[in-house]
Design a protein around this ligand. Structure first.
Ligand code: SF4
Length: 76
């Protein structure tokens, strides 16, 4: 089974609109004190919730990496 090894905001194509949907989907990973960010202590074992956040992001700004692939992967 694949494991998520990195989550980040990739705003090269679309800027985060600060809608807060990802934080609602997974507070263990996403946090918006002033600007949306991935928590330093993010719990990458929350795979279902992280994928929900990626798929629910209206700006397609959330990137995930599986198994240390070194690239932006698509949700499984
Ligand atoms: S769901 Fe996407 S657009 Fe909304 S706050 Fe999160 S990263 Fe930004």
């Amino acid at each position: 089974m694949s494991t998520i090894t990195k989550v980040w905001l990739d705003e090269t194509e679309n800027e985060c609109s600060m809608c807060g949907a990802c934080e609602l989907a997974c507070r263990e990973v996403f946090d918006m004190p002033e600007k949306m960010a991935v928590r330093k202590d993010a719990d990458y074992s929350m795979i279902k919730e992280i994928i929900e956040a990626v798929e629910g992001c209206p700006m397609a700004a959330i990137a995930i990496e599986y198994d240390g692939s070194g690239r932006r992967d698509n949700p499984l």
